[in-house]
Design a protein around this ligand. Structure first.
Ligand code: SAM
Length: 237
């Protein structure tokens, strides 16, 4: 067993999760591919078994302690090299996962990574604010998840149109995001949503405390949102 598996097992035991042999093999395959492709394209600044295991894989998996994603439809907005979506799919295989990113090369990588771990996912190339207005994607998902994509006032408009009424957005943030959350309240309300919970939790294996902002959709998002990106950025709600 390598450092990657040790770190993942340590995290899983502390988080009360079970990662079986198949899952550990999938994480190993994902790690090897990530390291290899990262040499020739800009996927992530994090490398090495210990850091990837904790800061990418375990950090992504922590969402399973926040929400039960089994049998649920989930879209990961701005997934990049596949975080948090692909680790969630490895550990929760019966989740229905869509990965979305604006960069073609990253979408190609995610497609390759999903194949390498034997996961069936839909990986789409495009901008969240365009797909969020598309009737084939709008209000279709139980959960929208996102990490390290934008400030919450902008992220709300990128993610919330995808969430069905009764569903939720899980925004992965750091614990110094109080002001960011306060500034996003208006955008969240305008999308028919409310902040249900701000959940702070330890990232086992580190000294880091992470945060997930759970935003529940209570009524449909008005057709006016999402706006064009220039507008979202220039005039956040
Ligand atoms: N979520 C990944 C993670 O935590 O490692 C990637 C984070 S990376 C810093 C941000 C990603 O969001 C980039 O891959 C970028 O292409 C994507 N992105 C930013 N704005 C987007 C938008 N409006 N629609 C789709 N993808 C977007």
């Amino acid at each position: 067993m390598g450092v990657l598996e040790e770190k993942l097992n340590f995290f899983a035991e502390n988080a009360g999760m079970n990662l079986n042999e198949d899952m550990l093999r999938s994480f190993r395959a994902y790690y090897e591919l990530l390291e290899e492709r990262n040499k020739v394209m800009n996927l992530t600044a994090i490398s090495g078994e210990a850091d990837v295991a904790v800061l990418h894989f375990a950090d992504s998996l922590a969402l399973l302690g926040i929400a039960d994603l089994r049998g649920k439809s989930v879209i990961d907005i701005g997934s990049g090299a596949g975080f948090p979506g692909i680790p969630l799919k490895i550990a929760c295989p019966d989740m229905d996962l869509t990965l979305l990113d604006a960069q073609r090369k990253r979408v190609d990588f995610m497609t390759e990574a999903a194949k390498a771990v034997g996961a069936e996912v839909e990986a789409i190339h495009g901008r969240a604010e365009e797909y969020g207005a598309d009737p084939g994607y709008r209000e279709r998902y139980d959960f929208a998840v996102s990490r390290a994509v934008a400030g919450l006032n902008i992220l709300a408009e990128l993610c919330l149109p995808f969430v069905k009424v009764g569903g939720a957005m899980l925004a992965m943030k750091s614990t110094d995001s109080d002001e960011e959350i306060a500034e996003a309240r208006n955008a969240i309300k305008k999308h028919g949503c409310t902040v249900e919970k701000i959940d702070d939790y330890p990232l086992f294996g580190t000294e880091i405390t992470r945060r997930c902002v759970i935003i529940r959709k209570e009524s449909p998002t008005p057709k006016a949102y999402p706006r064009r990106f220039a507008k979202i950025q220039k005039e956040p709600l």
